[in-house]
Design a protein around this ligand. Sequence first.
Ligand code: ZN
Length: 205
Amino acid sequence: MLAGDRSNIRFVQVALDVKGWIARPPKVDEVRPGRCPACAAPSRPAGGALGLHGHGLRERHQWGPVEVGGVPVLVGILLRRYLCRSCGAVAVVGPRGLVRRRLYSAGAIALAFALYGVAELAPAEVRRRVSPLRIVGPTAAAGWASLRRWSRAVRTRRLFPSVRALPAVATARQVAARAATTLAAYAPSSAKVPLESAAFLGASM
Ligand SMILES: [Zn+2]
């Protein structure tokens, strides 16, 4: 099996959040999955050789604040890779809150939805609070393509599928508001925080 065969790569998230992961990156034995996520072979068979081998690190970038109220940053995260001896699959293990194929974290997208849909801020202001990029010039006030893309992805259930479907006439702001309130409900109940913070926390769970 080729290691470069992307169809045979499985992502596994652990309970650790991004902040904890980068503060003390886990060692190879600390986040080794118990079983291969592809074929379910045990990673540590009793008396046998390791089923899942450490297979190096892979850098992944994540955009947005890494904690509630934090400034937006671009953070480099070293994900751990494991190779299954039985089936050749590669398990990539990382912290919770990452969204596959998206630059921004789940928390950052939820924060953007709350600021746009509930606080009703202008897209340029939402971008200023969520994006690590400082955009200047005439296009800076013209909206934010990411916001439109995320709303579309929620509408078509490709992002945050727990959000209840909205009627086709719903605006992007209405989609964002429902996504933000839905995600906020997943925040730990001890968190007595503004909705935008609750949405960030709930999406990061
Ligand atoms: Zn396997």
